[in-house]
Design a protein around this ligand. Sequence first.
Ligand code: FES
Length: 149
Amino acid sequence: MARCVMARCVSRVDAEVLARAVQTSLGYVPPLALPMLAERTGLEAGILLAKLQAAEDIRLEPECKQRIEICSGRTCAGRGGAKLIRLARRLLGVGMFQTTSGQKIRLEPFRCFGQCARAPNIRMNGVIQGAMTEKRFELLLGVLGRTKP
Ligand code: FES
C-alpha cells in the first residue's frame, strides 16, 4: 500500500511530502514504509527517521486506543485467518488500515508474525494470540467494542 502511494508521487521528492502522502492513505507512516521512503529519497534510514520524528504532523504510530493486526500470511490465511479478517471487517464496520469511530480500534493486516505453528494468529496491542477461532475473536472484539474510549 505504501509503495503504491509513493509510486503515484513524482520521482525524488521531499521525504516529508512522501511521508504525508503515505499518512493520508494509511493514517500513519508504518515502519515497513521507512525503507521504501529511504530508497526513494536517497536518505540514510537514521537521518530519515530523525527528520520524520521532528515533523510534528507526521505520525509514526497509528492514532487509536486498540490496534488489532491479523496475520495474512499463507499459513494463517489457510487456517482461518482469512475468515478472521472478514469477520473483523464485518463486525467493526471498517476496512484494513482503518479505525473505528472515536479512534477506538484500528484494524491492520500483517504478513507472518513468525508464529505459523500456532496459526491463525492475531496481534493485539503488540501481543500475539495464536490458534484464534472465530468465536474467540468475536468475543474479543465484543469486549473491546464495549470498553470506554
Ligand atoms: S503465516 Fe501467520 S504467523 Fe506465519
